[in-house]
Design a binder for this molecule. Structure first.
Ligand code: IMP
Ligand code: MG
Length: 182
């Protein structure tokens, strides 16, 4: 009744997500050859992907979490990033795997990557479930990509619009009925 956002068609099914996450985990385990990894989840969007991904990596994987926010609540990233929650532990000499839900302009991740590199890790790689290269502004190339998708706003499997739909086990397009609904 008072719901502004309506789910449209499914873009990625639960089955497709599961299969691809398993492939990514296998690839990552092979590439790191038993070297310990610190997987860094970028909250909140990457939380669902992160928990599935780390269980698909056969190896020494530690978990840490960061929350960042671009200013404003718009669906367009401003490139100005605030750290809302920092890592719990030091990362000097560690192999970092930044786990993201989606790279759009790349501005968020570009900031985050520089911030983490400044702390002296051994290596930094990026694993993103989704890549939307159409609107890229920052020079960011992820090392691992689940799916490359067109420039449409999507939700589910951790991704939200106004905090809604993160718990969907699939990914779908949304219709925005505008602020006057309800
Ligand atoms: P960027 O700085 O433009 O790369 O912004 C990336 C962040 O914007 C992601 O981590 C998401 O939180 C959000 N975002 C970008 N596109 C979408 C989308 O289609 N659905 C939901 N969130 C999105
Ligand atoms: Mg995010």
């Amino acid at each position: 009744m008072n719901n502004r956002y309506e789910l449209a068609e499914i873009v990625l099914t639960e089955k497709e997500l599961k299969k691809r996450v398993a492939e990514l985990g296998k690839q990552i385990a092979e590439d790191y050859k038993g070297e310990p990894i610190v997987a860094i989840c970028v909250l909140k969007g990457a939380a669902v992907f992160m928990t599935d991904l780390v269980r698909a990596i056969d190896g020494d994987v530690r978990l840490d979490f960061m929350a960042v926010s671009s200013y404003g609540a718009s669906t367009k990233s401003s490139g100005v990033v605030r750290i809302l929650k920092d890592l719990d532990g030091p990362i000097v000499g560690k192999n970092l795997l930044i786990v993201e839900d989606i790279i759009d302009s790349g501005l968020t991740l570009s900031y985050l990557r520089e911030n983490l590199i400044a702390r002296g890790p051994k290596s930094v790689r990026i694993c993103t479930l989704l890549d939307k290269p159409a609107r890229r502004k920052a020079n960011i190339t992820p090392d691992y990509v689940g799916f490359t998708i067109p420039d449409k706003f999507i939700v589910g499997y951790g991704l939200d619009v106004a905090e809604q739909f993160r718990n969907l086990p699939y990914i779908a397009n949304v219709i925005d009925h505008g602020p006057d609904v309800g």
